[in-house]
Ligand binder design. Structure first.
Ligand code: SF4
Length: 356
């Protein structure tokens, strides 16, 4: 049974975010944008941190209805061999990327824990900052990845609505709502330094999703106060399978959500990926967003092969090169930041949660 814990419906958290995000909010979008701009400038300056995703494997046993890599999709399957991982990373490094997010599907015989660990090992030799977005793991497994140089985890709950979650995750280990919900804590207990959470906007009623996402971040912030937290705002993009969201989110609501999160969570990184259009991304820089992906490929081997995204996890919207994107940032007087992390800081921090 997929139950939601008490902390996910924290009334105090709701009281903070609901007046800002509610569709009947008395705060205008312009007012929220001005507040978000002032806070962003004060806490983060005129900067945007940049990273790139690297898809290691698209083998997957899950049936996530919204994903181009779900196991029933008729899409070519492959994983990068270790030499290929190295080549993709070298290519990203030559493009200027210093912060990489390694992605896989569900744990399977083609891409299991040992495979991922070796890939982290390779990446940590090439990149100053290595994060993962992969299958949920045990605390012990996260600890081993920390020892290899992994400092960040991205794991979206996708939807905080247990009933929608059940319907959308048709089969596979990802059906376990609670196990996924507890994953950020296992990673933080293992010494992962930054955790990114989010919902896939479009899967369920967006105001409800925003309230629960905010509660989740508040809970993590209170219990793991040394952790670096980030929030992403992915919207569903066209993908193999042709899933259409039942709760589409328009630009207006997404902007309101970003501003509200910036106001209510002044120190948390807010992330916007290349799923969004160039104009929306440009519009959000300086208004809350502090971290962005750039020049993304959603296919396995996509950088070396310069592949389009027709066999990718989803269609990228902002296809600008790094140079083009950085120029757009600088035109807005915002400095792109490729590296703000020294590998010397990597390694386990076993005191992340002093309450335990
Ligand atoms: S979202 Fe992830 S777990 Fe789900 S089908 Fe796609 S690759 Fe697999």
């Amino acid at each position: 049974m997929n139950r939601i814990p008490v902390w996910l419906t924290d009334e105090k958290a709701y009281d903070t975010i609901e007046p800002l995000i509610d569709r009947d909010s008395s705060f205008s979008l312009e007012f929220l944008a001005a507040e978000a701009r002032a806070i962003t400038l004060r806490r983060f300056g005129r900067t945007i941190s940049l990273y790139a995703p690297l898809y290691l494997s698209n083998f997957c046993s899950n049936g996530c209805v919204y994903c181009g890599f779900a196991s029933d999709r008729n899409t070519p399957r492959r994983r990068l061999e270790f030499r290929e991982v190295e080549r993709e990373l070298e290519m990203l490094k030559n493009m200027g990327i210093k912060d990489v997010l390694l992605l896989t599907g569900e744990r399977n015989s083609n891409a299991d824990f040992d495979y991922l660990r070796r890939c982290v090992d390779i990446a940590a030799d090439i990149m100053p900052k290595v994060s993962i977005e992969a299958f949920p793991m045990s605390t012990n497994e996260y600890r081993k990845l920390v020892d290899c140089g992994c400092t960040g985890l991205t794991i979206y709950q996708e939807t905080y609505d247990p009933e929608q979650y059940r319907l959308l995750h048709r089969w596979g280990p990802k059906q376990h709502f609670s196990e996924r919900l507890e994953t950020p804590e296992r990673a933080l207990q293992a010494g992962i330094k930054t955790v990114g959470v989010g919902v896939l906007l479009g899967l369920s009623e967006p105001v409800e999703e925003a309230l629960k996402l905010f509660s989740h971040v508040r809970y993590l912030g209170k219990n793991y106060w040394k952790a670096g937290l980030s929030v992403s705002f992915p919207r569903i993009r066209p993908q193999t399978g042709g899933f259409q969201p039942a709760f589409p989110v328009n630009d207006h609501f997404l902007a309101r959500m970003i501003f509200a999160f910036r106001i209510a969570l002044p120190d948390v990184e807010l992330v916007l990926s290349t799923r969004e259009s160039p104009s929306f991304r440009d519009g959000m820089t300086g208004l809350g967003i502090t971290r962005m992906s750039v020049a993304s490929r959603t296919t396995v081997g996509g950088y070396i092969e310069n592949a389009g995204d027709q066999n990718g996890q989803f269609e990228v919207f902002d296809g600008r090169t790094i140079e083009e994107f950085c120029e757009a940032l600088r035109n807005k007087n915002i400095e792109p930041v490729f590296k703000n992390w020294e590998p010397v800081y990597n390694g386990p921090n076993t005191e992340l949660n002093p309450t335990r």
